[in-house]
Design a protein around this ligand. Structure first.
Ligand code: 8X3
Length: 248
């Protein structure tokens, strides 16, 4: 039995691979960047299996999964972690290509992996799917437009999976983090604008990839009769703000 983590080359995904291997699990790390996966394999050893795939390309997902050696083919936990935010512009100014990339990765990629791996879990009558949502899937904010909408898809898809999987013993959870740092998330969102990234995180005790990896491990180790449907996590430094009102 193995754990499969997508988006394993950096951030939450790499942190999860490290955490699960340290906890004694066998982990398949899936990502596009084979070099980063090879580094992770050097670090983690035989308990880690690097799997090159592009989650936005269904044929690549299918071929990668079909290539798994038999001893790595039974997946008990799928962590659909691959995802990204691109841009923070208002909807009338956002780059449409960015919207497409987010939808392909955060929505279609997640559904490809899920659809491919669920049948083996159903056949065994056990398994766990952890999806990476976001607080952006619940709370709207300016510039969140398509990114937040993809995470709202992930939240509802997670709940709907539970409806379909009733009686199977398979568990599904959606992790919904708020502000996290120390990952490539904001570098990617702001396309390498390091000054903007630094300004965002300045003097904030943000969540780390390790915090999210520990959460995923805790979920997986909860007793089999227990399903955490969703878990929303923010740094203490982040909270809510009043809705803006435009006065005449
Ligand atoms: C990451 C959280 O607040 O940047 O999904 O959208 S936020």
């Amino acid at each position: 039995m193995a754990v499969l983590v997508t988006g394993a080359s950096a951030g939450f995904g790499a942190a999860m691979c490290r955490r699960f291997v340290t906890a004694g699990y066998r982990v398949i790390g899936a990502a596009r960047r084979a070099g980063k996966l090879a580094q992770l394999q050097q670090e983690l050893g035989a308990a880690f299996y690097p799997l090159s795939m592009d989650v936005t390309d269904k044929a690549s997902v299918d071929a990668a999964l079909a290539s798994l050696p038999p001893q790595w083919a039974d997946i008990d936990l799928l962590v659909n972690n691959a995802g990204l935010a691109l841009g923070l512009e208002a909807a009338d100014k956002a780059d449409y290509g960015d919207w497409e990339t987010m939808i392909h990765t955060n929505v279609l990629g997640l559904t490809y992996l899920t659809r491919q791996i669920l049948p083996q879990m159903v056949a065994r009558g056990s398994g766990y799917i952890i999806n990476m949502g976001s607080i952006a899937g619940t709370y709207p904010y300016p510039g969140g437009n398509v990114y937040g909408a993809t995470k709202a898809f992930v939240r509802q898809f997670s709940l709907n999976l539970r409806a379909d999987l009733a009686g199977t013993g398979i568990r599904v959870s959606n992790i919904e983090p708020g502000m996290c740092g120390g990952t490539e998330f904001s570098q990617v969102r702001f396309k390498g604008d390091e000054a903007r990234v630094a300004a965002l995180y300045a003097d904030v005790a943000f969540l780390s990839g390790e915090d999210i990896a520990n959460t995923a491990l805790w979920l997986y180790q909860t007793p089999p009769h227990m399903n955490v449907n969703s878990i929303e996590i923010m740094p203490v430094a982040q909270s809510f703000s009043a809705l803006p009102v435009r006065r005449q």
